[in-house]
Design a protein around this ligand. Structure first.
Ligand SMILES: Cc1cc2nc3c(=O)[nH]c(=O)nc-3n(C[C@H](O)[C@H](O)[C@H](O)COP(=O)(O)OP(=O)(O)OC[C@H]3O[C@@H](n4cnc5c(N)ncnc54)[C@H](O)[C@@H]3O)c2cc1C
Length: 367
């Protein structure tokens, strides 16, 4: 059986390893448009001072898989073939794990998605440099914390009312802003970038910021161009619980896939989906069941964490002994649907979700 997988990231590799374990005679070809061996992106934004070398963060090699360093230009689901710049390949089963591309409405500055992007940024960086980061989401803030620790002078510009507005409450964001300010990071909310010259960034509030490096972290778009005209797409490539697309023998998973209306940008989800797709591509019975994954932003002296939906009504509490501030979010039936904490890491947080909010919940999320 011949399996082609487009994309050599977390999802593509999870799929290839699963197929290799299920079908020892499988012929597996992974396509990659990055020249590096497959690696985890997670460490790239975590610790600027010790920027990770590729060997340390690379995924284990697969046994019976070949990696073709060539960009796939098109797929033909009728003829069951894939066209790269130089060759045409036929498949029995096709997996699409093309990930996502950073949005850059400014058409200038750097983005931070691949090892090559991040390395280029780090190689050009010196302590005391002035960095402006557009976007106060988790990636922008991780970079801000990391560069501030390195000694850079960092400004984060966020156009909405608050930072981390998809995974935090307004109040916790405010507490977090205080922590970031203490680290020397400047945060401008409700601020839009109006113009960018080679030395200055001009903002909506008539502010002019001098910079050495401009980093854009304002979100990602799933890479679904290969699917246009071939597969059902919305935000991502639409898949069912087996990670099957609208075409027979074609599967999609990871950041490019849309399951139940959601496109998830997290590595754990990409790996889970890749494994389910790998099993189903080999004919095994498996279904994907989304799990709720916590998100964290950590520094030496604080940890922000968030899990689940954090938009409903909440209970808030401060543990006076540990200094941990936490909020529990409930639905109308008083069932916990999400949580946020700021302070030290909170363990076993997954058990919080779907629990009725009564005294026992505080065993998981202690006050
Ligand atoms: C800096 C950074 C930090 C992150 N931190 C976290 C974190 O702390 N926790 C977390 O859960 N998630 C984190 N993420 C997100 C996580 O890395 C992604 O969710 C995960 O990598 C998605 O895996 P994927 O395989 O779907 O896509 P990717 O890992 O993006 O892999 C897709 C691959 O497909 C290749 N490709 C695309 N199109 C083609 C084509 N036409 N032909 C050939 N190859 C192609 C791409 O070049 C890429 O190598 C982070 C991401 C970044 C960038």
């Amino acid at each position: 059986m011949k399996y082609l997988i487009i994309g050599n990231g977390s999802a593509g590799n999870a799929c290839a390893n699963t197929i290799a374990a299920q079908d020892t005679t499988a012929e597996i070809i992974l396509f990659s448009n990055e020249k590096e061996q497959p690696y985890s992106k997670i460490p790239l934004s975590k610790n600027c001072i010790h920027f990770p070398n590729l060997e340390k963060i690379s995924f284990a090699q697969k046994n019976n898989a070949t990696v073709v360093l060539d960009t796939v230009l098109s797929i033909d689901v009728q003829r069951k073939q894939v066209q790269t710049k130089t060759q045409r390949f036929y498949y029995d089963k096709l997996g699409i794990a093309t990930g996502s591309t950073p949005c850059n409405p400014f058409h200038t500055g750097a983005t931070y998605t691949t090892y090559a992007d991040a390395k280029k940024f780090h190689d050009a960086l010196s302590a005391n440099d002035r960095i402006v980061i557009a976007g106060g989401g988790i990636l922008g803030l991780e970079c801000a914390v990391s560069f501030a620790k390195y000694g850079c002078c960092v400004t984060v510009i966020e156009k909405s009312d608050s930072i981390l507005n998809q995974c935090s409450s307004a109040y916790t964001s405010l507490l977090l802003i205080q922590k970031l300010i203490k680290m020397g990071i400047r945060i401008l909310v409700r601020t839009e970038i109006k113009d960018i010259t080679s030395t200055y960034i001009f903002c909506s509030r008539h502010e002019k910021i001098r910079y050495d490096h401009f980093l854009v972290t304002v979100g990602n778009t799933p890479n679904i161009q290969l699917a246009f005209g071939q597969l059902n797409t919305r935000k991502g490539i639409v898949v069912n619980e087996k990670m099957q697309t609208s075409a027979p023998d074609v599967y999609a998973f990871g950041d490019c896939a849309e399951y139940s209306g959601d496109v998830c940008g997290l590595q754990y989800t990409a790996i889970q989906q890749g494994k389910i797709a790998g099993l189903c591509m080999c004919g095994a019975e498996a279904v994907y069941s989304p799990s709720i994954t916590p998100i964290a932003l950590q520094s030496n002296d604080f940890c922000f964490g968030s899990i689940g939906k954090v938009t409903e009504s909440s209970y808030a509490a401060l543990n006076k002994i540990t200094g941990v501030y936490q909020e529990i979010f409930t639905n109308q039936q008083n069932i916990c649907v999400g949580g946020i904490w700021l302070g030290m890491p909170v363990k076993n947080i997954n058990g919080l979700i779907n629990k009725p909010v009564n005294d026992s919940i505080f065993d998981i999320f202690p006050l």
